[in-house]
Ligand binder design. Structure first.
Ligand code: FAD
Length: 447
């Protein structure tokens, strides 16, 4: 691994997944990397205030697993050694899409079924070990410092979370904003005389409720997870996954204000209302390990920094601060890891860091998952937004592909590769895939 250490100091705002991924690649090029987070960052897998979503299912997509390995070689084996079940994305998971259960078979895509707190702990542990990286916990970034009349970001202002502390300035050659969905960077930039980025939004008013269980290892007949996606006629979803420590996590989801209840009876009744009974059957006599906890996600938000004509030098947003996806598709961590890999390529090949060019490359990483998620959201009646003719056509083709994948594992594999961001969406429209879909669904063999 190269490390030139020429670049001075980088600061990362936010020490969650995106910030840690960024720190990993910055450490190869910067003499010093400081990761600042307002939370106390634990030394073991624990929940913390700044990442409330960690109580809910956190699927690592196939491309995310590959990107994580590229950033932290051996991480999959390490997670497995710490108890995370691993297997095959299609062979070891029951996937239900468009009201069909896809045929289980080996896809070659690796499934890592770790809790979000274990994933983050493992990544944080690896980042802590990197030369030149320091974590600055319990510190709130409250603004940016600038030079050249706001045209260059020179550092951050930080308020430590201790009594009576005054704001401190930390200087940096590069500031990465990985503060997540609630990032205040758009407002900070505005006060410096820059425009706020435009925002694209998809409102689906999603509600999650999750609960952990102790279940028998074969609660799903030996599979590690059951995933039930919402359909237009039954827009409720559920994921039951076996995690480390022989725990299982059930996340239930409803859209457009349909809230999975937090009282145990209501939670169970919601699980029972899913299209397939396997999740309910697995948990109905299981031992709950905590109370159900809820999370509301009103809308997906994509900030179009790449479209700004003018941007200050020395500043880059990444991860959820750039795009906060509908979590139901499990894309956020994977896209953040892919952006870190884009940043790594730029750090290796350019002297200067051309912010606008990097942001255009980040945008390219976001485009396909954003459009796939938007298309799937708009397939649900009541989600506001314009439905194009081509979107409807693709939606009905994908539903036929799911029906055909009940019989044909090659189609299931093709789908898992695309939804896992390994292949682009066009892979599902290749003639040999389309012919298989049409030959199976056209003969009346629907699942
Ligand atoms: C309910 C839910 C379920 C999800 N499920 C999945 C899934 O299945 N798969 C998947 O890949 N992704 C999922 N995601 C998305 C995933 O959680 C994020 O994409 C991932 O955590 C990367 O986000 P991030 O690091 O950019 O921001 P976050 O995880 O939001 O972290 C932001 C960090 O910045 C810190 N911070 C914020 N402001 C400041 C400040 N001013 N000063 C200092 N520190 C600050 C916070 O304390 C926090 O640590 C889900 C999200 C939600 C909401």
């Amino acid at each position: 691994m190269t490390r030139d250490g020429n670049r001075g100091r980088a600061i990362v705002i936010g020490g969650s997944m995106a910030g840690l991924f960024a720190a990993r690649v910055l450490a190869d090029s910067y003499a010093e990397v400081m990761v600042i987070d307002r939370d106390r960052l634990p030394e073991s897998p624990e929940h913390r205030r700044g990442v409330p979503q960690a109580r809910h299912a956190h699927a690592l997509l196939a491309r995310g697993q590959q990107a994580l390995e590229a950033l932290f070689p051996g991480v999959t084996a390490e997670l497995a050694a710490r108890g995370a079940p691993t297997g095959d994305m299609l062979g070891d998971a029951r996937l239900h899409f468009s009201g069909h259960r896809l045929r289980q078979a080996t896809s070659g895509m690796v499934l890592v079924s770790a809790s979000r707190i274990l994933l983050e702990d493992e990544v944080r542990r690896r980042v802590r070990e990197l030369r030149g990286v320091t974590l600055a916990p319990a510190s709130d970034v409250v603004g940016l410092t600038t030079a050249r009349g706001g045209e260059r970001i020179t550092g951050v202002r930080v308020l430590r979370r201790s009594d009576g502390s005054a704001a401190e300035v930390h200087e940096a050659d590069l500031v990465i904003d990985a503060a997540g969905r609630g990032s205040r960077a758009p407002a900070w930039l505005e006060t410096l005389g820059h425009k706020r980025p435009d925002e694209d939004r998809v409102k689906m008013d999603l509600h999650y409720t999750s609960r952990r269980y102790r279940l028998a290892p074969d609660a799903l007949g030996g599979s590690l997870a059951s995933v039930q996606a919402a359909t237009p006629s039954h827009p409720r979803a559920g994921v039951l996954a076996r995690l480390e420590g022989d725990q299982w996590l059930l996340t239930l989801a409803g859209v457009l204000g349909d809230r999975p209840p937090t009282d145990p009876d209501g939670f169970l009744a919601f699980a029972r209302s899913l299209s397939f009974s396997d999740i309910y059957e697995a948990i109905r006599h299981g031992e709950p390990l905590d109370d159900p906890s809820a999370f509301r996600f009103p809308e997906a938000v994509r900030r179009r920094y790449e479209r700004l004509g003018r941007l200050p030098d020395g500043f880059l947003p990444l991860g959820d601060s750039l795009c906060s996806f509908n979590p139901i598709y499990g894309q956020g961590m994977t896209v953040a890891a892919l952006q870190a890999l884009v940043l790594q390529r730029h750090l290796r090949s350019h002297g200067a860091l051309p912010a606008r060019r990097i942001l255009r490359h980040f945008a390219r990483v976001v485009d396909a998952p954003w459009e796939m998620a938007r298309g799937a959201d708009l397939a649900l009646p009541g989600v506001p937004g314009r439905r194009s003719w081509s979107q409807r056509l693709i939606g009905s083709y994908i539903a036929r592909l799911h029906a055909a994948a009940v019989h044909d594992a090659r189609l299931g594999t093709a789908f898992v590769r695309v939804s896992g961001l390994v292949d682009g969406p066009a892979a599902l429209l290749r003639p040999r895939v389309a012919l298989r879909v049409l030959s199976i669904t056209g003969t009346g063999r629907r699942g």
